[in-house]
Design a protein around this ligand. Structure first.
Ligand code: GCB
Length: 597
């Protein structure tokens, strides 16, 4: 008989071990391990990775990451999986989009690839960045567990300085998209539970001193406030903005520095999306970005951009594609903004989770205002400290990723959550964190209406700047008069943005001509919504639901067939429904009226 290894012994014991994953749920890859990547050169690890789905978590139980690459004929025991050969999938991708048999797969999946490295020069470091992995990702390098990240839509980093060796290395990810009670979102959503590594993966090499974070914004006094975080020896950091003649030094204490720079930049706005090249240097490390400066404020029920009253002509959008799933690319993103422009929008709600970071970079360049959001959606285990820690981390990661984007004017911390004490406490915590991380933006959340008393009533409204309101009069709620009544009965002291409204329309050959799910009906709902909302003077924006039809498990009637059909454009992202034209007309007349003022 062949002599069995320790791994084989472990494989036997692990059959009965239900705590097999505890050691790996460390969540040690989080907002604190991020580095700033602007201006750095990535070495892409996109492309084919070995792949296998693992419903029973056999890989974690048996420790597949400890298997040493070996030809099958040399092995002394049967392996249940060989991470080093076999089927491959492209990264980025969602496994649901690759094979029909994986369409509803929920569980763990393994990604493995080799990477050949040159020796690392002295005083250099290496970091791995994963753009997004849905939802829980465990990272192994050359058999060693390096960390775990929770949260399906924010990037995470793991330092590899001491773990990559010259020559061939193996990187493995175990990615799990199981919906559980403690996650954010929890088990029930109205979007598809895509799984996998669906944004870019790359290695960055840096000096020993690394700029982890930089944040520049216009402060209340009109100065540029700069905040830098450095990891490694450096006494000072330098900020340079050549087009403003700025080149200033700031002292670093315990790796942190901040300064206020007097400046008069051309202000960024949708009409004039001016961006400045910014470079930050600390010791041997340099990063850069293109940053716009602008001021967004709330006074009473008004929103002001650079001191001027603002109405948000918006549309909501998911990250979803018939073919690619949740993977996006430059063409897809640019088409999205082109469609929003054709609609006459100055604003997009990026629902219901952080979208790809390119979205905000393109919005900066094209001049769109954005609402960005974390998936604190519907039921969440608000009383669970682990859930709270996860949500707080997702919020910090989103803010740190995008807080240099002038286009982002609103952080949204939740969507349609029940007004309980636990939720209020949880959300207040999130609001505090958002303000701590970023004093230069407004906070919102999609709040609730009291349907008995017919008025906007949500205790969370006191802790945010803009009351987001999702209302479906004409669709889930039949009586339009009630919307007008809610309008009359409510006297919010903050601006209200109608963060959702709409109706499904099936424009395929199977779609009905009239009534629910018809294009006519959807148009009717839009007509009546527009008429009613126009009369509410505290409504300072709308972002109807939604730009494109999108995939979702819970919609299975004969028209929807696994899709939410509230798009103004069909799932092909090309065919416009009649309501698109209606909303475009409304936005055009609003813009004209504003221009005549
Ligand atoms: C909502 C949710 C959104 C859904 C939408 C709908 O209120 O916020 O995620 O997709 O309604 O279509 O029902």
């Amino acid at each position: 008989m062949l002599e069995r290894s320790e791994l084989a012994e472990n494989a036997l014991h692990s059959l009965h071990d239900e705590d097999y994953d505890l050691a790996f749920n460390t969540q040690n890859l989080n907002a604190n391990t991020m580095i700033f990547t602007g201006g750095r050169k990535p070495r892409s690890l996109d492309g084919d990775w070995n792949f296998c789905v693992d419903l029973l978590d056999t890989g974690l139980r048996q420790k597949w990451f400890n298997l040493v690459p070996m030809a099958p004929e040399d092995r002394t025991e049967p392996w249940d999986y060989d991470p080093y050969m076999g089927e491959t999938v492209p990264v980025p991708s969602n496994w649901q989009m690759l094979k029909e048999k994986w369409y509803f797969f929920e569980g763990s999946a393994w990604y493995t690839r080799s990477v050949d490295m040159a020796p690392l020069p002295a005083n250099r470091r290496r970091f791995l960045r994963v753009g997004a992995a849905q939802y829980d990702c465990k990272v192994f390098v050359n058999g060693k567990f390096l960390g775990n990240h929770y949260g399906g839509s924010t990037p995470f980093f793991v330092e590899l300085t001491d773990d990559l060796t010259p020559g061939r290395n193996w990187i493995m990810f175990c990615v799990n998209n199981t919906r559980t009670l403690d996650r954010v979102p929890m088990r029930n959503t109205d979007w598809f539970n895509y799984g996998g590594i669906y944004r870019e993966v790359a290695i960055y090499e840096t000096p020993a001193t690394v700029i982890r974070d930089m944040f520049l914004h216009l402060d209340d006094a009109g100065n540029i406030s700069a905040q830098i975080t450095v990891d490694g020896p450096a006494d000072s950091a330098h900020v340079s903005i050549p087009d403003l003649g700025i080149n200033v030094a700031m002292e670093l204490r315990a790796g942190k520095g901040s300064c206020s720079i007097s400046a008069a930049p051309d202000l960024w706005s949708p009409d004039s999306p001016r961006l400045y090249d910014v470079t930050v240097t600390a010791g041997p490390d340099t990063v850069s970005d293109r940053i716009g400066f602008r001021r967004i404020e709330r006074r009473g029920t008004e929103i002001y951009l650079n001191g001027e009253k603002l109405f948000l002509r918006g549309i909501s959008v998911h990250e979803d594609d018939e073919i690619l799933g949740k993977v996006t690319n430059e063409t897809d993103l640019r088409r999205r903004f082109a469609d929003a422009a054709a609609l006459g929008c100055n604003f997009l709600r990026l629902a219901h989770y952080p979208h790809h970071e390119r979205a905000a970079q393109i919005a900066d360049e094209l001049g769109f205002l954005l609402w960005e959001e974390i998936p604190v959606y519907w039921a969440i285990d608000f009383a669970n400290p682990a859930t709270r820690r996860d949500a707080e981390n997702q919020l910090r990661e989103l803010i740190r990723r995008d807080r240099n984007r002038a286009s982002v004017v609103i952080w949204s911390i939740g969507n349609e959550n029940p007004d309980t004490d636990a939720r209020l406490d949880f959300m207040r915590g999130l609001a505090d964190i958002a303000r701590q991380e970023d004093p230069s933006r407004l906070l919102s959340a999609a709040c609730l209406v009291n349907h008995a008393k017919l008025r906007i009533q949500d205790r969370l409204a006191d802790y945010i700047d803009i009351i987001g309101l999702n209302e479906y009069y004409g669709w889930y709620e039949e009586n339009f008069d009630e919307l007008a009544l809610i309008g009359k009965n409510s006297a919010p002291v903050r601006p209200v943005v109608i963060s959702e409204t709409g109706a499904d329309a099936d424009i395929s050959s199977q779609g009905p001509a009239n009534g629910l799910f018809s294009e006519n009906y959807q148009s009717d709902v839009y007509r009546r919504q527009i008429d009613t909302l126009q009369t509410l003077d505290y409504v300072k924006g709308i972002s109807p639901w939604i730009l494109y039809d999108f995939r979702v498990e819970r919609r299975q009637n004969i028209f929807q067939r696994g899709r939410n059909l509230k798009g103004l454009i069909a799932g092909d992202k090309t065919t416009r429904k009649a309501a698109f034209g209606l909303l475009a007309k409304h936005y055009a007349s609003r813009t004209e009226a504003e221009n005549c003022k």
